[in-house]
Write a protein that binds this ligand. Structure first.
Ligand code: PEP
Length: 254
């Protein structure tokens, strides 16, 4: 059975104080929840400087903490960069790689992303690997090809053992932070397509074991319908992850 996962990507938001408050409130609300939230894996991705403080205030048995980025080099003279080894040494277990904002604003190519995935896995981090098409690619009907290329040049090169540490997030770029959500049918179509790519490259058992999350303006009002699709195994949440109440409601909607 693949894991149900709801992950919060805080992006470049919060301060030390508000990050601790947000994490504590999520932790308390989850502990007090009357819904069955125990079978959902909850992940938080705060900004680098707050990772350790956030990990300190949440119940590690219920909430995993991770980093939004790592360098594509193992160590050395790369001023300002943070390595996979550094992240792993803080005790957190997860990393987001391939977010469309990193691809668009920091020129992260599939080649760079593949290097980051290798470094993350070599340091025992589980990877949330993002893929998704831009609006013009969707309108031109190229979205299957775009996603196939993003995955073929990166995670589909991994071994089946390495794939046990990969979570995929389908995030149509036109839905991220725009308020426009993919319809459950649009999202399901791509999730099934991704699972089929995994079957072709590996086998059905592996394809069935990989969690595929949806991301893009997911909120309490649309989460339930999205998560009820057969190939949608949870969400990567941006804006709505910054409000404890909304984030926990999304988790509860499972
Ligand atoms: C994201 O950036 O991963 C994301 C899904 O953002 P939002 O939920 O704000 O669209």
């Amino acid at each position: 059975m693949r894991k149900k996962i709801v992950a919060g990507n805080w992006k470049m938001n919060t301060t030390l104080e508000s990050a601790i408050l947000l994490a504590s409130e999520i932790d308390t609300r989850l502990a007090d929840s009357k819904k069955n939230v125990d079978d959902v894996t909850v992940l938080l991705f705060p900004p680098f400087p707050f990772i350790h403080s956030v990990a300190d205030v949440v119940n590690a048995e219920k909430i995993g903490v991770g980093s939004q980025n790592i360098a594509n080099q193992p160590k050395g003279a790369f001023t300002g960069e943070v390595s996979a080894e550094m992240i792993a040494s803080t005790g957190v277990g997860y990393i987001i790689i391939g977010h469309s904002e990193r691809r668009a604003y920091y020129g992260e190519t599939n080649e760079i992303l593949a290097q980051k995935v290798d470094l993350a896995l070599a340091n025992n981090l589980d990877v949330v690997f993002c893929c998704g098409e831009k609006l013009e690619e969707r309108e031109a009907g190229q979205y299957f090809d775009v996603i196939k290329t993003q995955l073929s040049e990166t995670i589909l090169k991994l071994s089946s053992d390495q794939m046990q540490h990969i979570i995929i997030a389908y995030e149509p770029v036109w839905a991220i932070g725009t308020g426009k959500t993919a319809t459950p049918e649009q999202a399901q179509e791509i999730h099934a397509f991704i699972r089929n790519l995994l079957s072709e490259k590996f086998d059905d058992a592996l394809a069935d074991s990989v969690s595929i999350l949806y991301g893009g303006s997911c909120k309490p009002s649309n989460a339930k319908e999205l998560f009820s699709q057969p190939d949608i195994d949870g969400g990567l949440i941006g804006g709505a992850a910054l409000k404890a109440e909304d984030f926990v409601q999304i988790i509860e909607s499972y």
